[in-house]
Design a protein around this ligand. Structure first.
Ligand code: HEM
Length: 299
């Protein structure tokens, strides 16, 4: 398994290196391509983009980076984690396909998020080669995420539509504001998990498309220009604004996702490695699904 993972990563590096070597990114074409179009300012996004970029984006990312973990720390200290027995039956929840797809997404995000932050605060990291290397890693991790985002979207979609349970779950914030263990209304996935799913997959696709638009903008791609009707500089601004705004939401919920699956629900992380969840966890946190499994004789 390790050998295949190594081969996969090595081939990603080689493909990217070959592609970069052949690209027009690093030469004089870069500036020419951006300036070439005569439709500059067609969307009049220049002042908006400059204002957001200068005053809000980095500050908002800093607020997420510090604020979200601070709220979690408070929650952990005041309410604490949910601990379920690991001695009961195990409920098979995630197939091997689910787990591989999820693990590739998880590894990709563990690269995408820190490298993204380093780019935002590039000046504080001394700029130069180090930040450029982080930019390349960010691009490589985008490729591995892009490979799994559609399989992830398809493999879970049937369980992710809104249900009456979700409204009830939201009204009690999933029971996470209470120390006592009570059955929480939820199917196989609860309202919080469904929100993360939609943001991670649809938001993830927006991140890939806007990221790719910025990366490939250095090439003179007439097709994109005629398809969107935007000048390259406008496309760059739209992509950069969307990438930052959607990125803020994705990163904030990614932190929530890690907090929930690693810290709050003790041992939950095993489910995405082994495929099995603890019966007691299912009984309390996915009570509707638990009843259904019982009724169908699957437990
Ligand atoms: C270090 C990174 C990650 C860890 C530790 C992690 C952990 C987990 C765990 C333990 C579960 C099962 C939760 C449960 O049902 O009890 C899960 C589910 C899931 N993960 Fe992740 N995950 C990570 C990254 C990601 C990424 C990057 C994505 C998507 C881009 C993602 C999307 C999902 C989705 C959609 C589910 C199903 C819904 C949910 O349980 O939230 N995960 N993850």
């Amino acid at each position: 398994m390790k050998k295949y993972l190594f081969l996969f990563i090595a081939s990603l590096f080689l493909t990217s290196a070959a592609f970069a070597a052949d690209s027009q990114i690093w030469d004089a074409m870069r500036i020419q391509n951006i300036l070439e179009y005569g439709q500059d300012e067609s969307l009049k996004l220049g002042p908006l983009f400059t204002m957001l970029q200068a005053n809000y984006f980095a500050q908002a990312f800093l607020a997420v980076l510090v604020g979200v973990p601070a709220v979690f720390l408070l929650h952990y200290l005041v309410i604490g984690p949910k601990v379920f027995s690991h001695d009961g039956k195990k409920v098979y929840t995630f197939s091997i396909f689910n787990r591989i797809v999820h693990q590739i997404a998880a590894i990709s995000f563990m690269v995408l998020v820190p490298t993204g932050f380093i780019m935002i605060f590039g000046a504080n990291f001394g700029g130069g080669d180090f930040v450029r290397m982080m930019k390349d890693l960010h691009g490589l991790a985008t490729i591995s995420f892009a490979i799994v985002v559609i399989p992830m979207f398809l493999m879970w979609i049937k369980d992710m539509f809104l249900h009456l349970d979700d409204i009830k779950w939201l009204m009690i914030v999933g029971g996470y504001l209470s120390k006592t263990k009570r059955p929480v209304p939820a199917g196989k996935f609860n309202a919080g998990q469904k929100t993360w799913y939609w943001l991670a997959t649809l938001g993830g696709m927006i991140m890939i498309l806007t990221g790719a638009s910025m990366y490939f903008l250095d090439f003179n791609i007439a097709m994109i220009n005629s398809l969107t009707g935007l000048s390259q500089i406008d496309l760059l601004r739209v992509a950069a604004i969307l990438h930052a705004v959607v990125g803020l939401a994705v990163v904030a919920l990614f932190f929530v996702h890690i907090y929930m699956s690693v810290f709050v629900i003790k041992g939950a992380i095993h489910s995405i490695i082994t495929g099995y969840k603890e019966e007691e966890e299912v009984k309390y946190l996915h009570s509707s699904w638990y009843k259904k499994l019982k009724k169908d004789g699957k437990l």
